[in-house]
Design a protein around this ligand. Sequence first.
Ligand code: ADP
Ligand code: MG
Length: 255
Amino acid sequence: MAETPVIEIRNLHKAYGALEVIKGVDITAPRGHVISLIGSSGSGKSTILRCANLLEDSQQGDILFNGEPVKWKGEGLGRHPADAKQVLRIRTNLSMVFQQFNLWAHMTILQNVMEAPVTVLGRDRAEVEHAARGYLDKVGIGDKCDVYPAQLSGGQQQRAAIARALCMEPEALLFDEPTSALDPELEQEVIRVIKDLANEGRTMMLVTHDMSMARDVSDHVVFLHQGLIEEEGAPDALFGAPESERLRGFLSSTM
Ligand code: ADP
Ligand code: MG
């Protein structure tokens, strides 16, 4: 029997008021796999990530974490997660890395990385500090522990944000356009880190506009169009022999 996936999204529907933006989407992230979401701006990529880790409610469909379905109360626009402990468990296990880094400006880099494991997970401060220094080393900024975010380049800030996500020791990492705010010369240092994480066998869902990164790191690529999956498959097939006209158009527009 196949291993239970870390994340399973089944028939997800999500509306903002009267505007339905996700219209029945199924995505599975098996353990150790990288799933990339691509598509035009507004196609629903960020919304899917935010629904997956319960930053957003959804109106219909199931979200399973390690096979455990999210428990809901209410229906339609009134549907919300029913179990706050379950929400916390899922959210802390699906660490998100955002386009805009979202580091705390008044904390040092080390404090940024240590904050949530200590305050949210209640882990031992000395152990967390040891781990945090290790993750900062791993992303190549072990010498920046005591500086503030404003003193770092964008690429260094994003690597700090990745170290912060790793320090939660999550079951999966969710990346939302992690290189979009970076100058091209700084993008590469972040891509390098993401490739290393993929090679380590981390489970990841990655929203990106960078087709070359998506092709290199993904096990499976999902192309979204207006809140539906238009085409999906292995990266070589999807990028090498796209079937849908829309995907062909999208790919030629990103070259
Ligand atoms: P993507 O990440 O693919 O660019 P999004 O998931 O951000 O797309 O957005 C999908 C759709 O949902 C878009 O039409 C967008 O305008 C709409 N949308 C996103 N966030 C909100 C919000 N907070 N309120 C209303 N509409 C939203
Ligand atoms: Mg987005």
